[in-house]
Design a binder for this molecule. Structure first.
Ligand code: ADP
Ligand code: MG
Length: 482
């Protein structure tokens, strides 16, 4: 297959909408979802004579992300104007950072098929969002909603280190997880809080020279990104194989047709006429300010994952699931303060608590059963008072019905308490041995598999409440004594 002879090379420009109260350069409400054109002002509308003002929170958020990515923070960072004409950009230019972005370099580790990989970050810069054009087929004109105009963004530009759609997916997910942990964005792709431009090129396998790239603009779902990349890689390889050349272009992906098509090519590429923003002073960040932001950063996802594995002895699989969302990891740590069986907490979280909360769209912190009852539930299993299956299948659902009730009491009411009372078990076993002389004889002649038969009889006689471990030991002892 000719496609196997090529390597895909991808670099990403991710736009993250920051969850600040107000916009980047004025006090307008920056929240998502208001009625069209209700979160605007003369500044975001670009009226003559208005002046932008810095939003300190945007700078803090940018530094916070840079520190998490291991970037070097530019202590003298400046803003620039990027000029272009479009109806959703009332000022006629976007305030962005071209010459001196706030974060330089850095990296993010991703995991694909069990293998770790480092994706290098080129830089992170601050900018503002444009408004939104709405094209309704039934109307002979377009509509504009300027609520989004001026919402603060961070653009995270990667080096061309990604090699497949799977790696793009893992990188986007890791970045989404990180900005959510840091509390700087909700990372919600459906609402446009996270979008990416995908730069794609191909080259013969083994080559170290980059191929000519195309940039697919504004992908706002991972599914679209995967389809767009697959289509674009095939298009470029087919073109090269047919003797053609890839030309650098900006492309649009149409989810309806699954096709990428040029928005513009290099010939008529925009000249953005970048120049320093005269209305905003340079930002100077002192060592002390950077240190203070660092001191307030929450634990990062990969640190928590390592902690769950090393300190709490959880397998990588569990640690990955439990640290997917920060609040789950914190909930685990809360429970682990009171309950010593860490793996049992993890099992319960993964198999019962998380699915329950996901189904109902509630936070784990709002899970109705409190840690004390959860601790007692786990203790009942650990002490062999209730079998694992009875606990999960019968006791736990009952606890959800009556969250405040003591699990031991519920287990008793449901008749689930196992018997490890040796006296009682011995009596049952003696009877079974007396009633099954043939099986006993065969067992003693070497058919050790019959232990299963005896176990089954004891379980039947005790109506499932015999403690399997104690029963097994007692049975073996008695059978060999006969
Ligand atoms: P520009 O400033 O013109 O947008 P950059 O060179 O800064 O372009 O790169 C933008 C993005 O494109 C970066 O994420 C970078 O990694 C990626 N990129 C650059 N060259 C290639 C290439 N040949 N193939 C794939 N991605 C590339
Ligand atoms: Mg670009």
């Amino acid at each position: 297959m000719v496609y196997d002879q090529y390597e895909t090379v991808i670099g990403l420009e991710i736009h993250v909408q920051l969850s600040t109260k107000s916009k980047a350069f004025c006090g307008d409400d920056a929240r998502f979802g208001g009625a069209p054109n209700t979160q605007i002002s003369p500044i975001s509308l670009g009226h003559p004579g208005t002046l932008p003002r810095l939003n300190k929170q945007q700078i803090n958020h940018a530094v916070c992300l840079g520190l998490a990515l291991g970037s070097s923070i530019n202590q003298h960072t400046t803003f620039d104007r990027k000029n272009y004409f479009y109806a959703d950009l009332p000022k006629g230019y976007q305030i962005t950072q071209d010459g001196a972005p706030i974060c330089i370099g850095g990296q993010l580790n991703i995991e694909v098929d069990g293998k770790m990989k480092t994706v290098r970050i080129h830089h992170v810069h601050m900018e503002e969002d444009a408004g939104k054009s709405i094209h309704e087929a039934s109307l002979p004109y377009s509509q504009i909603d300027l609520n989004r105009a001026g919402v603060p963004l961070l653009e995270i530009v990667s080096e061309p280190d990604l090699r497949s759609a799977e790696e793009v997916d893992a990188y986007m997910s890791a970045m989404r997880q990180l900005v959510r942990y840091l509390g700087i964005s909700d990372g919600n792709m459906e609402e446009g809080s996270m979008r990416c431009d995908c730069n794609v090129s191909v080259r013969p396998k083994g080559s170290t020279i980059l191929g000519e790239r195309c940039e697919i603009k504004n992908l706002n779902s991972m599914r679209y990104a995967r389809r767009a990349i697959a289509y674009e890689v095939k298009r470029q390889i087919d073109l090269i194989e047919a003797g053609g050349k890839v030309i650098q272009q900006t492309l649009n992906f149409d989810p309806e047709t699954g096709i990428t098509a040029p928005l513009r090519d290099k010939e008529d590429a925009h000249d953005y006429r970048y120049f320093p923003e005269p209305d905003l002073p340079p930002v100077h960040l002192s060592d002390g300010e950077i240190k203070a932001i660092h001191a307030n950063m929450p634990a990062l996802p990969w640190i928590l994952k390592a902690q769950l594995m090393e300190e709490y002895g959880l397998p990588a699989y569990d640690a990955t699931l439990l640290t997917d969302e920060q609040e789950t990891a914190l909930y685990f740590l809360e429970l682990a303060k009171e309950i010593a069986s860490y793996k049992a907490i993890s099992n319960l979280l993964i198999n019962k608590i998380l699915p329950y909360c996901n189904d109902r769209q509630i936070l784990v912190a709002d899970f109705p059963i409190k840690s004390r009852q959860i601790g007692e539930f786990i203790a009942l299993i650990d002490q062999n008072k209730v079998s694992n299956s009875a606990a999960y299948q019968r006791l736990f659902p009952a606890m959800l019905e009556a969250p405040a009730k003591a699990p031991a009491k519920l287990a008793q009411e449901l008749n689930l308490i196992q018997t490890s009372d040796e006296g009682l078990l011995e009596k049952i076993i003696d009877e079974i041995i007396a009633n099954n002389p043939e099986a006993v004889a065969r067992y003693q002649k070497g058919k050790k598999g019959l232990i299963g038969f005896f176990m089954g009889e004891v379980m039947k006689a005790s109506r499932g409440k015999a403690d399997p471990k104690v029963t097994n030991t007692l049975l073996r002892k008695k059978l060999s004594q006969q």
